[in-house]
Design a protein around this ligand. Structure first.
Ligand SMILES: *Cc1c(COP(=O)(O)O)cnc(C)c1O
Length: 394
């Protein structure tokens, strides 16, 4: 079938919740994707920051296949070895103490919210505790995650949301203080806002939030679903800030293609929040997901992914800054590591469409920002190739 025939078929069966680009991808190799017509694309999106190791990594694929032949699922009424190994590996690199595996990012956010509410409940035996989230944040599409997502248009049709969520301005500690009450149980934010336009938290802000939370025994929840897993040059973005969250979320690149997320917490939170019967999932942390996470952790170390991110991203930043200097309609370049945004003074949709035609996969973050989320294993040559195509398209 031609690509257009596949697309017509898709639009006759799938619920139209996405305005998709007119491409059907069929296979991938390294940092390139191939569509059903055989055309190649350089991928600077990596499935929205999921395929950190690139496509067709043989060791990763072999580990998944071996687990498929062994055991896929047990339910959480029993223990399984891959989940134990995966938990140890993620706790080691994060410095957190306890982990709960989920199937997606949104579910990790749901779990984080429940843990924070339970922690507050056990302290004062009251309910109706409040969470302070950020304007322009994105935490997922389930009802709880949507309730802390700071884009009103995503929430409007689905109200009522879960209650007692207040929104403060990102990178503005006074705005958080203004929302604070004796009922506040958590402050929740993305260390680097992704969908909201690639806005890194400032060090000063995050440290001030941490201090505020310490003073009042409020939990700091950091959403590292997009900015974590090496994306910014450290395993988790908060590790560059001199702060540590009480609860954090992960997903996207955690399984590099196998759907898996997690929420993690310190021992203090674990000792005073969710207990048996409070939370659960049928699939979460099954042997397949566990095997994927274990192999991802192993390959991150073996391929020295963090160092590659640090060295290639400084080159990418230079190139993007040079591009900005040459184009008056580019008003900002911001980001951390291989999570970069280029803001224009106009919508970027047409640029992204042209890029795709020229064989380059890029996405936006809001209407005016081009978002760069390449696989973490790219080289400078891939940056050069991307820049050459991008220059043609703007
Ligand atoms: C993608 C994302 C989510 C939601 O993850 P899903 O797996 O799509 O549910 C939550 N938070 C952030 C910061 C994200 O980027």
């Amino acid at each position: 079938m031609s690509m257009q025939q596949y697309i017509d078929e898709a639009e006759s069966v799938l619920l139209h919740t996405y305005n998709r680009y007119p491409v059907v991808f069929e296979s991938g190799e390294g940092v390139y994707l191939k569509d059903t017509d055989g055309k190649n694309y350089l991928d600077f999106c990596s499935g929205i920051g999921v395929f950190a190791l690139g496509y067709g990594n043989q060791e990763y694929n072999d580990a998944i296949k071996a687990q498929v032949d062994k055991l896929l699922h047990t339910s959480n009424y029993y223990y399984n070895v891959p989940a134990i190994e995966a938990a140890k590996a993620v706790l080691k690199v994060s410095g957190m103490d306890r982990i709960f595996f989920t199937n997606s990012g949104a579910e990790a956010v749901e779990g984080a919210i429940k843990a924070a509410r339970k922690y507050a409940y056990l302290k004062d035996n009251t309910t109706d505790h409040e969470i302070i989230a950020m304007e322009h944040s994105f935490h997922g599409r389930t009802m709880g995650a949507l309730s802390v997502t700071g884009t009103p248009k995503y929430r409007e049709a689905f109200r009522p949301m879960i209650g007692n969520v207040k929104f403060a301005k990102f990178n503005d500690i006074e705005s958080i203080k203004a929302q604070l009450t004796e009922k506040t149980c958590a402050v929740m934010l993305e260390t680097v806002q992704g969908e909201g336009g690639i806005h890194p938290a400032t060090k000063e802000f995050l440290q001030a939030v941490r201090d505020l939370c310490n003073e009042r025994d409020i939990l700091l929840i950091l959403d590292e679903i997009q900015c974590g897993m090496g994306r910014t040059g450290s395993m988790f973005a908060w590790q560059q800030y001199g702060v540590k969250p009480d609860i954090m979320t992960s997903a996207k690149a955690l399984g590099c293609g196998i759907p898996v997320g997690a929420f993690l917490m310190t021992q203090k939170v674990a000792d005073h929040s969710l207990v048996a019967g409070d939370h659960g999932t049928t699939y979460g942390g099954n042997p397949l997901a566990g095997a994927a996470v274990c192999k991802v952790m192993e390959l991150f170390e073996k391929k020295d992914v963090l160092n590659n991110v640090v060295s290639v991203s400084s080159y990418l930043e230079e190139q993007l800054d040079a591009l900005k200097a040459d184009h008056r309609d580019i008003i900002d370049r911001r980001g951390r590591g291989l999570m970069q945004g280029l803001e224009f003074d106009h919508p970027v949709g047409d640029i992204l469409k042209r890029a795709l035609e020229e064989g380059l996969v890029l996405i936006n973050a809001g209407t005016n920002v081009i978002r760069f989320l390449p696989p973490l294993v790219i080289t400078r040559e891939h940056v050069d190739e991307m820049m050459m195509i991008l220059k043609k398209c703007i």
